[in-house]
Write a protein that binds this ligand. Structure first.
Ligand SMILES: Nc1ncnc2c1ncn2[C@@H]1O[C@H](COP(=O)(O)OP(=O)(O)OP(=O)(O)O)[C@@H](O)[C@H]1O
Ligand SMILES: [Mg+2]
Length: 216
């Protein structure tokens, strides 16, 4: 696969941008890729979390806090950009750079009303909607989650994944363990599927398929 740059964006806070950035970084590393992790959020949660695991991955992981000229030619196969919860210049810069910007969304109506603004921002930045797939985070069988999911389906937003909330994940990240320590194979599977969907959609985009890269 070609070099891939994936940003996690959403101007709504606390939806899982940093957690998914950490998980994708670790997955790419565990599949023997090198990763350049760029933490664009002044909160520096991405940087802190990666510092706990950097000794496992040594030179395969490089972490920095801004985009610089030359980053597109870096030696790493994956570039992962964690963005702050603002649609400002930093997120615009990340969008310009990224091949794919995943958009984590929680099952609530405020998240839904925000999405229109986010897609307009991305379209003004010259991105195709297919480059901004949602990742549905924590959609359970509750009535609210089912209602929100129905609206998302009706709007035909592209979807890169549907992952559960699992209390072990923040616990592992805080303790400096691999994110999936102690998770069952069933609990991990949605995250593996998200990673695989991102890589296969990117391969389709490289082949010029922007119409349906997220098709099953
Ligand atoms: N899949 C998950 N399972 C369990 N907890 C999660 C999961 N994803 C995120 N969380 C928790 O939800 C909270 C918000 O997640 P996170 O910090 O990743 O969101 P964010 O979008 O990066 O927030 P911010 O906008 O502040 O940067 C954190 O406490 C995190 O541990
Ligand atoms: Mg964050």
């Amino acid at each position: 696969m070609e070099k891939i740059a994936v940003a996690a964006i959403n101007h709504k806070g606390g939806v899982g941008k940093t957690t998914l950035s950490i998980i994708l970084t670790q997955m790419a590393l565990l599949k023997r890729n090198r990763v350049l992790a760029i933490d664009l959020d002044p909160q520096r949660n991405f940087t802190d979390a990666l510092s706990f695991i950097s000794e496992y991955f040594k030179d395969a992981l490089r972490v920095k806090s801004s985009l610089e000229p030359g980053d597109a030619e870096c030696k790493e196969e994956w570039i992962i950009l964690d963005c702050p919860p603002v649609l400002g210049d930093i997120t615009k810069e990340a969008l310009d750079f990224a091949d794919i910007a995943i958009v984590p969304v929680r099952p609530d109506f405020f998240s839904l009303s925000n999405l229109g603004v986010l897609y307009s921002f991305a379209e003004e930045a010259g991105k195709d909607r297919s480059q901004l797939p949602l990742v549905k985070v924590g959609y359970d069988t509750s009535r609210l989650a089912r209602m929100v999911e129905q609206v998302l389906t009706e709007k035909h937003y592209p979807v890169a994944g549907r992952v559960p909330l699992n209390r072990l994940i923040p616990y592992n990240i805080t303790l400096g363990r691999i994110w999936s320590t102690g998770l069952t194979a069933d609990a991990r599977r949605p995250f593996d599927q998200m990673y695989n969907r991102i890589t296969s959609a990117y391969t389709r985009m490289l082949d010029g398929d922007f119409a349906s890269p997220w098709k099953d």
